[in-house]
Design a protein around this ligand. Structure first.
Ligand code: ARG
Length: 436
C-alpha cells in the first residue's frame, strides 16, 4: 500500500473548509463505518465513475485522451482492490473520496476533474443501484437452482406417499411430490416478484447530482446505457427520494423468498424429529451436540428458518429511517448497513439450499405408515356421492363407517384435477421456470 500512495490523503473531499474546525469525534461520528461498508460497493462505484467520465467526454468536458487516462487508472484501481493491494480503510472518509484521491494521486490535476457535474448523492445512488441489481441477479440464480432441484426431487417422488396435514393434524393422503411442488410454485411467485422489483430498480440515477441536476447538458442516456440500465430515472428529486425506498423494496422482495424458505425449513425440522421420522439429512448438513453423544441436530435448517428475521429486521430499520423530508438527508447513509446485511443473509441462505436438498432422503415406509385409514374418509364420502348420495349425507355416513374401502393408493390415483397427486402440472411449472 505504501508504495502505491505517495501524497497525503485529505480527510474529506470538501477540504477547503478543512476538518480542523470540527469538534473532536464529529468526523468519526459522521463517517461511521461507511468506509468499511463501501468495501462491498467499491467496484460498483468505480464502474459508475467510469460511466460518468464517459458522459463528460460525450459533452466535451474532458477529451478522448483524458477519458482513456482515467479509464486506465480506474481499471488499475479495480484490479488492485480485487487483489487486496488497495485497502479501503479509515484513512478515507468513504469509497467515493478514495476513488477521487486515487485519481488525483495518479493523474494530478486531471484527477480533480472527475467530480465535474456529479454529487456524492447521485454517486452513492448509482453504486447502490448497481450493487442491488447485481446481488438480486445472484439471488435469483440461487432461487432458480433451488426450484430446479425441488422439481427433480418431485419428479422422482410422485408415488412417495405421505400424510397431508391441516392444523398439524392428519388430514388426507398426499405425496412428497405435491408437498415439494408447493414450494416450487411459491418460489416461482417470489422470483417473479423479484423480477418486478429489479425492473423498477433498473433505472439510472446518475446525472441527478445533488437532487437538482446541474447546469450542464449531461449525457444521461449514454451513461445509463454503458452501465447496463434500461432506463433513466428522470426527476432528480424522485431519484433522491428513491434512496432507501428502493433498498426497502429490494429487501422486501428477498423476504418473500425467505418466508417460503422458513416454512420449508419448519417442515423439514418437524419431519426430521423422531416423532415424525419422515426425513433423514446426511451428516454433511447436521451437527452433533457437545454433551449428548446421541444427537444429530438440524442446525443449518434452523438457521435458514431464522434468516428471515435478519432481513425483516433490516427492512424495518430502513422503513423507520424513511420518515424524512424530500431530497438528500445524511440519515440515508444509515440505510446502507441493513441493506448489505439483509442481502448477505439472503445470499448465504439461498446459496446453501440446493445442496442441502440434495442430501435429504425420504423414509417412504414411515411416511406410508402414517397414512392411516381414517384419512380416506373424504374419499369414502365422495365414493358414495358418485353412487348418488348428496355430499352432506355421504359425509355423515362416512363419519360412522367402520370399514373404509378406499385404499391410500386409490386415493392418490384419484387426485386427477390439476395440481393433485395424479396430475401435478409439472410441465406447466417447468414452463413457468423457463419464463423467469
Ligand atoms: N456516505 C454518504 C451517504 O451514504 C455519501 C453521500 C454524502 N452526501 C452528502 N451530501 N453529505 O449518504
Amino acid at each position: 500500500m505504501s508504495e502505491i500512495i505517495k501524497n497525503e490523503i485529505p480527510k474529506v473531499l470538501w477540504h477547503a473548509y478543512g476538518t480542523d474546525q470540527l469538534a473532536t469525534g464529529v468526523m468519526a461520528y459522521m463517517a461511521g463505518n461507511d468506509v468499511v461498508l463501501d468495501r462491498e460497493l467499491f467496484v460498483y462505484d468505480i464502474k459508475g465513475t467510469q460511466a460518468h467520465l464517459l458522459g463528460l467526454c460525450k459533452i466535451n468536458m474532458i477529451s478522448d485522451k483524458e477519458l482513456l487516462q482515467f479509464n486506465v487508472v480506474l481499471d488499475e484501481l479495480a484490479r488492485l482492490y480485487k487483489n487486496d493491494q488497495f485497502h479501503l480503510d479509515d484513512r478515507f472518509e468513504d469509497g467515493h473520496s478514495a476513488i477521487e484521491f486515487y485519481l488525483t494521486e495518479k493523474l494530478g490535476d486531471l484527477g480533480k476533474k472527475a467530480h465535474t457535474g456529479r454529487s456524492r448523492n447521485d454517486q452513492v445512488l448509482t453504486c447502490l443501484r448497481l450493487y442491488m441489481l447485481d446481488q438480486m441477479t445472484t439471488v435469483k440464480a440461487h432461487a432458480i437452482e433451488t426450484i430446479d432441484v425441488l422439481l427433480e426431487m418431485a419428479e422422482s417422488h410422485q408415488q412417495t406417499m405421505m400424510p397431508g396435514y391441516t392444523h398439524l393434524q392428519r388430514a388426507m393422503p398426499t405425496t412428497v411430490a405435491v408437498w415439494l411442488l408447493g414450494f416450487v410454485e411459491s418460489l416461482l411467485d417470489d422470483v417473479e416478484h423479484l423480477n418486478g422489483v429489479m425492473k423498477l430498480l433498473d433505472a439510472s440515477p446518475l446525472g441527478t447530482a445533488a437532487g437538482f441536476g446541474v447546469p450542464l447538458p449531461l449525457a444521461r442516456y449514454e451513461t445509463a446505457e454503458v452501465m447496463g440500465f434500461s432506463r433513466v430515472q428522470i426527476n432528480p428529486v424522485s431519484a433522491q427520494n428513491s434512496r432507501g425506498k428502493y433498498e426497502l423494496m429490494c429487501l422486501q422482495s428477498l423476504s418473500y423468498l425467505l418466508l417460503d424458505v422458513r416454512r420449508f425449513a419448519w417442515d423439514l425440522s418437524l419431519f426430521m424429529t423422531s416423532e415424525f421420522d419422515f426425513i433423514q439429512m446426511a451428516c454433511s448438513h447436521t451437527t452433533g451436540s457437545s454433551i449428548m453423544p446421541n444427537k444429530n441436530n438440524p442446525d443449518v435448517v434452523e438457521l435458514m428458518r431464522a434468516s428471515l428475521s435478519v432481513v425483516d429486521g433490516a427492512a424495518h430499520q430502513i422503513q423507520s429511517l424513511l420518515s424524512l423530508p424530500s431530497g438528500y438527508q445524511r440519515d440515508l447513509q444509515l440505510s446502507k448497513e441493513p441493506l448489505l446485511k439483509g442481502i448477505k443473509m439472503t445470499q448465504s441462505t439461498l446459496a446453501l439450499l440446493p445442496d442441502l436438498l440434495k442430501v435429504l432422503t425420504f423414509k417412504a415406509n414411515n411416511m406410508h405408515k402414517a397414512v392411516t385409514p381414517e384419512m380416506m374418509a373424504t374419499d369414502q364420502a365422495l365414493h358414495k356421492v358418485k353412487q348418488g348420495q348428496s355430499f352432506r349425507d355421504a359425509y355423515l355416513d362416512s363419519k360412522q363407517d367402520e370399514d373404509l374401502i378406499i385404499s391410500a393408493e386409490q386415493s392418490i390415483a384419484d387426485r386427477v384435477s390439476l395440481g393433485g397427486a395424479a396430475n401435478l402440472g409439472l410441465g406447466l411449472l417447468r414452463e413457468r421456470v423457463a419464463s423467469l
